[in-house]
Design a protein around this ligand. Structure first.
Ligand code: HEC
Length: 150
């Protein structure tokens, strides 16, 4: 038995190891996608208004100031949990009204407070946006982000 690894044995370990871990990577990627669609999110409640709301979110670049589930900019509050923080679980209509009123009353003009622009969204756009935020609040993130502030 050879005492040292030969060149070809080393090469085989390298190629074999690379191939093995590539396969593991592909399997884990497939599993992640499967898990996201079947466990983390609820596709059956992905309504037209939720989809429209996501487009309102994207068109107005809310992510430039806010985070959503921990991703985005850290200028303004996390919004993945805003529906829950506004009491949407116990009083959905109250939370909807409060969120719409918030959007309509910006900027607050309060001295020393960070300001959010006025987007002049229509009532329909506001409702769609709230539907999107409500749907997002139900994404199972396994406790991420770790605190309310994102
Ligand atoms: C230019 C930065 C900026 C952009 C862009 C922006 N926001 Fe904000 N937003 C803020 C700031 C700053 C606050 C906190 C203001 C305060 O507390 O007085 C805020 C607060 C909020 C709140 C209340 C959060 C809470 O925890 O009470 C909601 C809801 C909200 N924004 C939604 C949106 C949506 C939806 C969009 C996109 C249409 C958006 N924001 C785009 C800066 C921004």
């Amino acid at each position: 038995m050879a005492e040292r690894l030969t060149k070809s044995a080393t090469r085989n370990i390298f190629y074999g190891g690379s191939a093995f871990f590539f396969v593991v990577f592909v399997l884990l990627t497939a599993h992640t996608h499967y898990y996201m669609r079947t466990v983390s999110t609820d596709e059956s409640t992905l309504s037209e208004s939720v989809i429209r709301g996501k487009h309102v979110w994207e068109r107005n670049s809310c992510i430039n100031c806010h985070t959503l589930l921990g991703e985005g900019a850290y200028f303004a509050p996390e919004l993945g949990n805003v529906w829950i923080r506004y009491g949407g679980r116990d009083d959905p209509q109250g939370a909807r009204d409060a969120l719409k009123a918030w959007m309509q009353s910006q900027p607050s003009g309060v001295e020393g407070r960070r300001q959010m622009p006025q987007f002049n969204l229509t009532d329909q756009e506001l409702d769609d946006l709230v539907d999107f935020l409500e749907w997002t609040s139900r994404v199972k993130t396994q406790g991420w982000p770790p605190n309310n502030a994102g």
